[in-house]
Design a protein around this ligand. Structure first.
Ligand SMILES: NC(=O)c1ccc[n+]([C@@H]2O[C@H](COP(=O)([O-])OP(=O)(O)OC[C@H]3O[C@@H](n4cnc5c(N)ncnc54)[C@H](O)[C@@H]3O)[C@@H](O)[C@H]2O)c1
Length: 266
């Protein structure tokens, strides 16, 4: 697959969920195009492994442990990134949690709150810190990871779907508020992406719900899900990273408030 090369030399991108599958693939994509990378994640061990991998590109890398469920933590991590890199140009607001898989009348309240706390309130904290930071930088771009579940909610994912619909709404408001500061804000909505942690987890947990929509065998659930997208295959992590690179790049200089669906069509 031919991949567009953008010149991100001397640019810095801050990536939340930088230890996870999509964050890691995006970090590789940007570092290979010259960018300095600030990874933020709760998972210090996995993040350190990603930071070591990124050394091959000879750009500057920071790994900043951060729990999005606290404003102080988020502000501290942004301050550390600014201290290390001077300015931040791009923020990929990407960390997320899939939540429980349960029917509406059984969905656990504590998990509903956890999903909203990470995917919506956490994303709001990062968006607010990013807006302040990029204003200081004189402009930049933000990409918020939503999901195809924020466009058409799947069964058994009550909290996740709600949180991702809200991320798309938040993106539209932020795009309007931040345009005067030369900051573009877009959303990215992956659907069936893999192989990876969330793909495996969702096929196993959808199978276990015993709903009318999916088989009880996760291998058959995989086939059922793939049959629901016109391209009849998973999207790769690299294809998601390509979408982020495009939205951050100067080629997207007039694109803001947009939701890029990476779905294989629906
Ligand atoms: N993989 C998919 O199929 C898919 C599809 C649609 C949307 N998404 C979204 O893409 C984003 C990345 O997903 P992924 O596939 O890389 O999943 P992942 O589980 O591999 O990565 C998510 C990362 O977020 C981090 N994280 C979770 N809670 C956190 C918190 N409170 N503070 C800091 N970090 C936290 C985790 O430690 C993890 O490293 C998520 O927002 C997810 O909802 C993924």
């Amino acid at each position: 697959m031919a991949t567009a090369t953008y010149n991100f030399s001397n640019k810095t991108i801050l990536i939340t969920g930088g230890a996870g599958d999509i964050g890691r693939a995006t970090a590789h994509r940007f570092a290979s195009n010259g960018a300095n990378i600030a990874l933020l994640d709760l998972n210090t061990t996995k993040m350190a492994e990603v930071a070591i991998e990124l050394k091959e590109y000879n750009t500057k890398i920071a790994a900043l442990t951060c729990n999005l469920t606290g404003s102080d933590d988020v502000d501290r991590a942004f301050a550390a990134a600014i201290k290390q890199f001077g300015i931040v140009d791009y923020v990929f607001n990407n960390a997320g949690y899939q939540g429980a898989f349960a029917k509406t009348d059984e969905y656990p309240e504590d998990d509903f709150q956890k999903v909203i706390e990470i995917n919506l309130v956490g994303a709001y904290r990062v968006l607010k810190a990013a807006a302040r930071c990029l204003k200081q930088s004189g402009g930049g771009a933000i990409v918020n990871t939503a999901s195809y579940a924020g466009v058409v909610s799947p069964p058994n994912m009550l909290a996740y779907g709600a949180s991702k619909f809200a991320v798309i709404g938040m993106t539209q408001t932020a795009a309007k508020d931040l345009a005067p500061h030369k900051i573009r804000v877009n959303a990215l909505s992956p659907a069936l992406i893999g192989p990876g942690y969330m793909w495996t987890r969702q096929t196993e947990l959808q199978a276990a719900t015993q709903s009318q929509y999916f088989d009880a065998d996760p291998k058959i659930v995989e086939q059922q899900m793939i049959a629901s997208v016109p391209m009849r295959r998973l999207g790769s992590l690299e294809e998601v990273a390509n979408g982020v690179a495009f939205l951050m790049s100067d080629e997207a200089s007039y694109i803001t408030g947009f939701n890029l669906e990476i779905t294989g069509g629906h």
